[in-house]
Structures are given as C-alpha cells and as structure tokens.
Design a protein around this ligand. Structure first.
Ligand code: NDP
Length: 450
C-alpha cells in the first residue's frame, strides 16, 4: 500500500537515527493495511500522519550532585504521544541506553496498549540517560528530585500519570512522588507503582509478570493446551521477569532461565524464586551471585553468548517469555526456538523480538503474544491504582488480581476476534494493532481535527 509506505519513508527521513521508533511504527502501520483498505476515512482524515507525531515532546535538563560533590548533567524527557481516549499514561525509564528514539518507540506502543486494555488512558513515556547501578541511595534520591523538579509542571492526575519502567522501581517512585508532593503541595496520586502506605495498589508490583502469564494461558487454552508442566525460558531478572517466574511456578510450569545485562542462569530443575529475589530485590547484585546460592545452576557470562544472538533462546523450551528489553530476540534466536520445539512466545518486555523474528513466529503459526497485548497488565493495574486513589479506597490483593486476570482475558479476546474479523485467525499482532488503533482513531475522528 503506497500510502503506508510513504508515511514510513517520511518517518525515517524526518526522524533520522530513531531506529527503534521506525521499527515500532513499521510493525503497526503495515499490520493496519486491511483496516485502511476497508475504511478510507482514516486515510482521508490523515489519522496515521497525526498518530505518528507526538502531541508534545518535553525535553529538559536534569542537574544533580553526586556523593563526591561533583555536578552531573543529563537530559530528561517526557513524550506525551496521544491523549485522545484519556490522560497520558506510561512509564519512566532510567538507563544509560536511553535516547529520544527509544522513548518515542515506547510512547508510540503505549497508545495502542493502553487502548487495548479497555480503560480510558492515553499513551506517553519518559526517562533519562542515567545509570542507577552503583549509585548510592542519596544519589538516586537527588537525581529523582532533580528530574521531578521540571517534570512536575507537565503532569497531574487527569493530565499525565507516569509509572516505572527499566531502572524505576518502588524506591525511585517514592523519591519522585515525594518531590512532586513537595512542589505541588498536593497528595493526588500523580504516579503509579507507589508504596502501599501512600496510595499504592496491592498486586501492582506483580502485575506485568502475572499478566503476561495470564495472557499466555489464554493463548494456550484456545489451542486446547496449557502451560502446566512446560519448560519455560524467561529473560531478564527485573520486575517483569521475577513475577513471570513466580506466576509460572504457581501454575505448575517450570521456568528454567533468567538473565541480566551481564549473563544468564540456566537452572534445569527450575528457578529458585527465593534465591532470585534475594539477589535482585535485596542485594541488587549480578546473577553470578545466584550461582553462589544455587551451585547446581549454570551461569553463562555475556562473553560466552553465541555471536549471532542471545544464549537464553538457545536453551530448549516449550514456551519463551522475553522480559528484559527491546530487540533481545533476533531471527537466529527465533529459528533456534522453533527448531527446539517452542510453541509459545509471550512478550513481557516491550518490542523484545525484532521484526524478522516476529515474521518467523507468525509464519510458524505458534502462539505469539505481542508486547502491547501481553504486557498490558502493568498499565492496567496502574489504572486500577488511579481508581483506588480517586475513590480513596484500597482493594485487596485478590480483588486487584481478579480484575487483572479479567482485563488480560478481555485483551486476548479482543485481539483474537479482531484477527479473525480481518481474515488472519491467530495473528495477534494484527489483531492487537487493529483493535488498539481503531478505538483511538475513531475517537480522534469524533473529537475533530487537532
Ligand atoms: P527492570 O529494570 O526491573 O529489569 C530489567 C531487566 O532486564 C534487568 O534484569 C536488566 O539487567 C535486564 N536488561 C535491561 N537492559 C538490558 C540489556 N540491554 N541487555 C540485557 N539485559 C538487560 O525493568 P522491568 O522488568 O520493569 O522492565 C523489563 C521490560 O518490560 C522493559 O522492556 C519494559 O519496558 C517492559 N515493561 C515493564 C513494565 C513494568 O510494569 N515494569 C510494564 C510493561 C512493560 P541488569 O539488572 O543487569 O541491568
């Protein structure tokens, strides 16, 4: 379709070097073709051109002092991509690899993900090039305070409600929220992922990982299968990966790997959750420490990874849960997974599979859960946290978890039925993209040109 190709070409031309944004936009736009052909109103009203241009991009200086008294400076950003269906919502990422292109891809994906949840939330993302590793608590606090000193004027409980992402967990949300409260003199729940004593929701910490497993269960159920007894590879060892492992263990599946930026653990008898949490949540150490706690596990350092990909995906498994970061699973990894008999890939991370890897999974017709559907449990539960804050209530863990499961089942049903409607049963990439897009696009049409 030349119209779609022209938009992709223009995005590349006018947003040079934002390769992750090009990749995310290409995946979405190409899969929308059947809808665009059926319904020319979107093209006539330039919905795609408007949707791929953020409503607002805020770039700001973040200066803070380290423990040695030296001044450090970096750039912070918040990309408020689309607020057609509700206030902006999306995480903040603190990582040395952060670029505008990465935040933009994440914000773009967030529009469709948030739409798919069925909740009234728009899409945004933010963050900074900053490495929390090796920093003292005091340094993290001063950085978060400096970041919020600018961000606070652009967010609000009905305007934009950020959450965590890579490098932003409970500690960072606490420091950010403290500074927001100080500056705004208001206790209005402007961040989600907060501590339980000051407006946080039970089950928010677990939500993305649990939601990813609930989504995988729905995919398996439709095929008359289940995850019970299946060997599962998981990448990452952060928030999403830990609670994916926990839920897999609870339902009787066998998670056998986890990984971080320095290497991976293969524990054939099953990941020891208590050891993993001790290493990552208590000691904040590298996974080589897991090997000290569980000597029968195998530790593979990054230097011994295959030249053409990621060691995690070379471990034979029946289901795979990429839960670390973008582009961590390439075509060679996808081929290895398929060759070893993997029949389910469920994306806990954002855009973990390259476009080529996704194509291979779709061609092989395995159960493939794309990130914007499979990992939407986190943002959904964030919205449940907003609801609790607005009504000044706190629901039980079981109530929140039950709502989360219902939302994940709804997302699966919506994506699956939409794929069928457009003649591609089982293609949840197309189903999720079209279903997410249609609600936002129709709202933009209803709201008039803006
Ligand atoms: P965390 O910071 O808690 O954990 C990230 C994990 O991935 C760490 O184990 C980290 O290793 C590893 N990792 C990060 N970058 C790389 C890299 N370049 N190469 C290898 N390993 C890497 O983040 P989350 O678990 O919150 O997020 C993981 C993914 O899930 C991201 O894509 C995020 O956008 C997505 N996501 C998160 C949600 C949430 O609720 N938290 C919601 C929806 C999506 P190390 O510790 O060594 O850096």
């Amino acid at each position: 379709m030349p119209y779609v190709q022209k938009i992709i070409d223009d995005l590349k031309k006018f947003n040079p070097a934002q390769v992750e944004f090009h990749q995310a936009a290409t995946e979405v736009l190409v899969s929308l073709r059947p809808l665009l052909e059926k319904n020319p109103v979107y093209q006539k009203n330039k919905i795609l051109e408007r949707l791929t241009e953020p409503e607002r991009q805020i770039l700001f200086r973040v200066s803070w002092q380290d423990d040695a008294g030296d001044v450090q400076v970096t750039q912070g950003c918040r990309i408020q991509f689309n607020s057609a269906i509700g206030p902006y919502k999306g995480g903040l990422r603190l990582h040395p690899s952060v670029t505008t292109g990465i935040i933009k891809f994440l914000g773009f994906e967030q529009i469709f993900k948030n739409s798919l949840t069925g909740l009234a939330i728009g899409g945004a993302k933010g963050g900074a090039r900053f490495d929390p590793k090796g920093k003292s608590d005091g340094e993290i606090m001063r950085f978060c305070q400096a970041f919020m000193t600018e961000l606070f004027r652009h967010v609000g409980p009905t305007i934009d409600v950020p959450a965590g992402d890579i490098g932003v967990g409970g500690r960072e949300i606490g420091y950010l929220y403290g500074q927001y409260k100080r500056l705004s003199a208001s206790h209005d729940g402007v961040l989600t992922g907060k501590g339980l004593n000051y407006g946080g929701s039970l089950a928010r910490t677990e939500a993305t990982g649990y939601g990813s497993v609930y989504f995988a269960e729905e995919m398996m159920k439709e095929r008359g299968e289940s995850l019970e007894g299946k060997s599962c590879t998981v990448s990452g060892a952060g928030n999403v990966a830990i609670y994916t492992v926990e839920k897999l263990l609870q339902i009787g599946a066998k998670p056998i790997t986890v990984s971080d930026s320095k290497g991976m653990i293969h524990h054939a008898k099953g990941i020891d959750l208590a050891a993993l949490q001790q290493v990552k949540e208590v000691e904040r150490a590298s996974l080589s420490r897991y090997k000290e706690l569980c000597p029968d596990a195998v530790y593979v350092p990054l230097s011994e990874y295959p030249k053409d990909g990621n060691a995690v995906w070379r471990v034979p498994c029946q289901a795979a849960f990429p839960s670390a970061t973008q582009n961590e699973l390439n075509a060679a990894d996808a081929e290895a997974l398929l060759k070893n008999g993997c029949t389910c890939v469920c994306e806990g991370a954002n855009m973990p599979s390259t476009l080529e890897a996704v194509d291979l999974f779709l061609k092989a017709k395995i159960a493939f859960g794309p990130a914007k559907a499979a990992n939407a449990g986190g943002v959904s539960t964030s919205q449940l946290e907003m609801s609790q804050n607005a009504s000044m209530q706190q629901w039980t863990f079981e109530e929140v978890d039950a709502k989360l499961r219902g939302i994940m089942q709804g997302i699966f049903k919506n994506a699956s039925e939409t794929a069928r409607e457009f003649g591609a049963p089982g293609n949840l990439v197309m189903g999720a993209n079209i279903a997410g897009f249609r609600k936002v696009a129709d709202t933009m049409l209803a709201l008039g040109v803006y």
